[in-house]
Design a protein. Structure first.
Length: 438
């Protein structure tokens, strides 16, 4: 807990530094050089069950790239709890990798630093053209009207994963479709040391993803149309309270989940300790932890009522991972070749199949590997009921300060302290005060 909190505080401080630089217009330098044409450094995000899984997935592909181009790629897989902080440090110091993965929700924030290579028409042409990518994935690559700051690599959406055996043992015939049904179902499953739903209360990004969707369902947002922070509206407060109440009021989430931040809820699911989890493309992790595909089911994430769709029926944010290039790279040509390789039709099939995600490249999506029942749910969600998080420069600060507020509320719930509308509003008001003034 202490390490995670320290990282969060560091991220806030660095986010402010990043925003201050953005207000000055950011870096306007040209593309990098080719001083070191035979090597690249690559920060990959943790997509698998652990860092070793990612290395096993990625290293053979990097070796393939080296054989084709003669360029060695030095890989570092960075845990999600450290990634944003590491990137922000790199943008302010100028000492970053050549190529890196970023959460697609961070695109606008990192774009405002001026540290990333803009993907204009010429750069997109160097990797095969912009029209190869799915439109929804391109919508989370930076501020609208500006050249994207990154290129889509993996696409994801949230869904409700449920343990078929635990459902059958409890006499539950179908997964819940609404939040009310989820609470009722969860209560039937929460007994004998087992719990209805898993959560990651100390995972700031996951907290944001969940409360953002719930805010949409309550007809609210965390930013005004002009991009100003708006964390204390009735809808935003109701969204955060509804999410934390899954532990505090409904008691279908184990108190220990308040400290989870690194996929522990998925491990509990695989061990039959938790019956449901709301997650992005979790299948590959379940397989790596010994589950067979017929042991879990996948359903659309809940809505307040009715069926998933646009507006108040939104049930996922547009999730995904983008690939970016630091503008001051010393192997600009090699960096573009590497992005082209990783987003090629062949590699998109290999990588997204390994991670259970969906290719943002149109041609790769047609591969039969992505027509499974579970991925069909995710594809339909992305196409019909997912909304992109606000593409504003302050998005990374939003994730940090509001994500931390939700984390603290989960800690209150775990300790038996009351989570009220007033306490939620106070936390969100404090979070809003930490945002930079426009």
């Amino acid at each position: 807990m202490r390490r995670i909190r320290a990282a969060a505080v560091g991220a806030v401080t660095l986010s402010f530094a990043l925003t201050a630089a953005a207000c000055g217009g950011g870096s306007s330098g040209t593309e990098g050089s080719n001083e070191q044409p035979k090597t690249l450094t690559y920060w990959a995000s943790n997509q698998g069950a652990n860092l070793e899984v990612d290395k096993k997935v990625l290293q053979p592909e990097l070796d393939k790239f080296e054989k084709e181009t003669g360029i060695e790629v030095k890989l570092e897989v960075v845990p999600w709890g450290d990634l944003l902080n590491r990137i922000l440090t790199a943008t302010t110091s100028g000492q970053g990798p050549d190529v890196l993965n970023i959460g697609n929700t961070w695109s606008a924030s990192l774009q405002s630093s001026g540290a990333l290579l803009p993907w204009d028409a010429k750069n997109f042409e160097a990797i095969g053209g912009k029209d190869r990518f799915v439109e929804s994935a391109l919508g989370s690559t930076g501020v609208q009207g500006q050249d994207p700051a990154a290129v889509p690599l993996y696409s994801m959406a949230y869904a409700l994963y449920y343990n078929k055996k635990m459902f059958a043992d409890a006499g539950i015939e179908k997964p819940p479709a609404t939040w009310e049904e989820l609470a009722e179902t969860g209560k039937k499953l929460s007994k004998d040391g087992k719990w209805g739903l898993g959560a990651e209360g100390s995972n700031l990004s996951n907290n944001i993803h969940q409360v953002f969707v719930l805010a949409k369902q309550h007809g609210a947002d965390f930013f005004t149309p002009e991009g100003k922070a708006d964390f204390t509206s009735d809808g935003a407060v109701a969204a955060v309270k509804q999410y934390v109440d899954l532990m505090a009021k409904d008691k279908i989430v184990a108190p220990g989940n308040a400290e989870y931040a690194q996929n522990q809820s998925l491990s509990d699911f695989a061990k039959d300790k938790t019956a449901m989890v709301l997650w992005q493309t979790a299948s590959a992790t379940f397989k790596s932890q010994g589950m067979n595909e017929d042991e879990w089911g996948v359903a659309p994430a809940p809505v307040q009522s009715g069926e998933p769709g646009p507006g108040k029926a939104t049930n996922s944010m547009v999730a995904g991972i983008n690939m970016a290039v630091f503008k001051n790279t010393k192997n600009i040509d090699g960096a573009k070749k590497f992005v082209k390789f990783m987003t090629s039709d062949e590699e998109q099939v290999i990588l997204n199949k390994a991670y259970g995600s969906i290719p943002p490249v149109k041609a790769a999506q047609q591969d039969p590997a992505f027509n499974t029942p579970s991925l069909t749910v995710l594809r339909e969600t992305l196409a019909t009921s997912a909304t992109a998080l606000p593409q504003v420069p302050e998005e990374s600060q939003f994730e940090t300060v509001v994500g931390t507020a939700v984390k603290e509320l989960f800690a209150d719930a775990a300790a038996g302290r009351a989570v009220t509308t007033e306490s939620v509003r106070a936390k969100l008001e404090k979070a809003q005060q930490q945002m930079p003034k426009k």
